[in-house]
Design a protein around this ligand. Structure first.
Ligand code: HGY
Ligand code: MN
Ligand code: MN
Length: 421
């Protein structure tokens, strides 16, 4: 006869209510009923979302702590306080065309797990902490996974606080103070969790195409972000002969084409994106003076990723010479591929199967806070399907049954890790 713990399930409607309520902050509506979010890190919308989640945490009687980079932690104490807690969490900042699920699902499902334990009077041996990390997206302040990177000691606090925003050049530390989330807890953390598991939407088409309910994530691919500042010479569009031009926008266009071609040549898991392009003066009758662009290349294989980076750098040098422009290159993010702890991956797979869900092992194409926690404790991730494989798009959607399935898998992984499964 299974124990009561085996039969424990989260309250799906309560979780959905919180997902919808949080989704109203920074809400963006599309013409076909899409409901997404624009909550760039450390903006007013991020502050309002943080305040709402912290209120929910405190309403549950949880002790809420904030560290120097604004990461927020809420812990349900265990029966053996001397044991390191298990941790779950994710992020609540979004990109400007974000969805209601990216990051938010992992934080709110973690909160739902704690509320389920509290309402059922269950106290595990180890405490259970739910966290949300600052600036996971890195879209405003690069690199991505910034808060969890500082938490594990991968980036010095002072360096992080001095990072400038891509949109308005604001200083990260000033924005953190402005929204009231410069906390007292030291970074890097003085102690780390026993283990970490993160629930997240897949953000791609794999699970949906295969008709699989739960992704058992084995690791995260390598990420390389480069900012290129291309300086040419602004000139009159009508009077300047073509051979006299030094056109940075032409160079940027050729680089964008090269990035796409490179993914075809390298094949496999190689992806490449030019996502940001700022043109100055950006006027119809002026050959551009400067262009700032970003290149995001990723691969599950570190040596292939280095190959992609080398070939990109060679092409940029060649085309800059041909067009007589100057190019300054700045690395915005660089993370090698990460393998999650095999025993943790097994725990995720077993929990999902015990709940009767189909599973598939897979890498993550997106970066996640779990890849930083993996530096300090055994970590793993649970994926739920994304409709049409869409994310970083206001139409991002995950069906209620899949949300609940993921949250129940998270519940049972945490129970097993915290000493009650
Ligand atoms: O860029 C990423 O993969 C994540 O969304 N920060
Ligand atoms: Mn995310
Ligand atoms: Mn994201």
């Amino acid at each position: 006869m299974p124990t009561a713990v085996d039969d424990l399930r989260i309250d799906g409607s309560r979780l959905h209510r919180r997902i919808e309520a949080l989704g109203l902050i920074g809400a963006v509506h599309g013409p076909n009923g899409e409901r997404g979010c624009a909550r760039l890190a450390l903006t007013d919308a991020d502050r309002d979302a943080r305040d709402l989640v912290v209120t929910w945490m405190r309403d549950l009687g949880l002790t809420v702590e904030i560290d120097r980079i604004g990461n927020v932690f809420a812990t349900l104490p265990g029966t053996e306080p001397e044991l390191a807690p298990v941790m779950t969490g994710s992020h609540i900042d979004t990109v400007a065309t974000g969805g209601r699920f990216d990051g938010n699902l992992g934080v709110l499902a973690g909160l739902e797990v704690l509320e389920t334990l509290i309402t059922n009077g269950i106290t595990p041996r180890r405490g259970v902490t739910v966290a949300f990390f600052t600036d996971e997206e890195g879209a405003r302040f690069a690199p991505d996974m910034l808060g969890s990177l500082v938490y594990v000691g991968g980036l010095a606090l002072e360096d992080a606080l001095d990072i400038r925003a891509a949109d308005d050049d604001a200083r990260l530390g000033d924005e953190l103070d402005r929204i009231g989330y410069s906390g007292a807890l030291p970074v890097p953390a003085v102690s780390f969790p026993h283990s970490y598991v993160e629930l997240h939407i897949e953000q791609g088409p794999i699970l949906e195409d295969a008709g699989i309910e739960i992704g058992v994530v084995e690791g995260v691919q390598g990420i390389s972000w480069t900012e290129l500042t291309i300086s040419g010479r602004s000139a009159h569009a009508g009077t300047t002969p073509m051979h006299l031009r030094r056109d940075p926008l032409l160079v940027a266009a050729r680089i964008a084409g090269f990035v796409r071609d490179l993914t075809g040549e390298l094949g496999g898991d190689q992806v490449g994106t030019v996502g940001r392009l700022d043109v100055h003066p950006n006027l119809v009758n002026v050959v551009a003076a400067t262009v700032t662009m970003t290149v995001d290349v990723r691969n599950t294989d570190e040596s292939l990723l280095q190959d992609a980076e080398r070939r990109l750098a060679e092409f940029v040098a060649t085309v800059a010479d041909e067009e007589q422009v100057d190019v300054r290159s700045r690395t915005l993010a660089r993370f090698e591929p990460v393998e999650f702890d095999p025993a943790m991956v097994d725990v995720v797979e077993l929990a999902a199967r015990r709940l009767g869900h189909s599973t598939r092992r897979m890498p993550s194409g997106a970066g996640h806070d779990a890849q930083m926690l993996a530096r300090v404790c055994p970590s793993a991730m649970i994926f739920t399907p994304s409709v049409d494989g869409l994310s970083h798009n206001i139409a991002e959607y995950t069906a209620p049954d899949d949300v609940e399935a993921g949250a129940n898998v998270l519940l049972h992984v945490l129970l097993e890790r915290a000493g009650l499964g």
